[in-house]
Design a protein around this ligand. Structure first.
Ligand code: SAM
Length: 231
């Protein structure tokens, strides 16, 4: 698979276009990440946190859900200027988002947080371990990484053991959950009904549409949570 360069411009272009089928502009409940985001909120509640810093917040899909489902404080950053602009518009509070590179110490200076959320970002960063090492010791971290490849992924993971092996020396991992990737990029009922009609003679796809997919074959995410170690 040909890979795209891991620079802000790659994401500026992707977010300007809206992603495949406008996926990055969808309301959170229609985003394919919705099942994964629900698990992230559950993991945050387990950590009993009060102030979240989201690393690589993209167009603010998770931020929007987080505001509607919790009362907790939030800030997010991303190295894509287009993402930050779209997140601010979606949220109606541009001041909650800023531009920053996850691997640089200066990005975190002055931020007060007791939790980090970092979903679908680490696999986009060559030096992901440097990014994690910037997070304050003792912070409750909730991250997701995929088990499938993509043109913007520099790595992906086949097993929970691989995830623990890569991040376990930086984060004292308490739990690793999995969520299966939905068949559709847009989880609206209309899209679902249309897909059922189009795939009515494809039992494998119908099963996937009913949520009966295989994590290993059809893709999904590892959601891991735990406290940042001293490092
Ligand atoms: C697949 S998107 C995920 C966005 C969001 N976290 C979500 O779950 O919807 C990956 C995001 O990581 C951001 N990103 C990649 N490398 C980064 C870096 N070094 N610093 C900050 N953000 C980065 C991209 O701009 C993009 O918004």
């Amino acid at each position: 698979m040909e890979k795209l360069p891991q620079v802000p411009q790659t994401y500026d272009e992707m977010f300007t276009a809206g992603g495949s089928e406008g996926v990055f502009d969808l309301p959170y409940a229609r985003s394919p990440y919705y099942p994964m985001f629900k698990a992230v909120i559950g993991a945050l509640q387990r950590g009993k946190v009060s102030r979240v810093l989201e690393v690589g917040c993209g167009t603010g899909t998770f931020a929007h859900m987080f505001r509607e489902k919790t009362e907790l404080a939030y800030r997010g950053f991303d190295f894509s200027a287009v993402a930050i602009e779209k997140a601010g518009q979606r949220f109606g509070a541009p001041g909650l988002f800023y531009r920053g590179d996850a691997t640089l110490a200066e990005t975190y200076i002055g931020q007060i947080y007791d939790a980090i959320v970092c979903t679908e970002v680490l696999e986009h960063i060559e030096n992901d371990l440097l990014a994690v090492s910037q997070w304050a010791a003792g912070t409750w971290c909730v991250c997701s990484v995929p088990n499938y490849d993509a043109d913007t992924h520099v790595r992906h993971f086949r097993t929970a053991e691989e995830v623990a092996h890569r991040y376990g020396h930086l984060i004292d991992i308490d739990r690793i959950e999995t969520r299966r990737k939905p068949f559709l990029n847009d989880l609206s009922v209309g899209h679902w009904l249309q897909a059922v009609k189009w795939n009515r003679y494809r039992p494998d796809r119908l099963l996937w549409l009913l949520g009966l997919s295989s994590f290993e074959r059809d893709g999904g995410w590892f959601i891991f949570s735990g406290r940042k170690r001293n490092s």
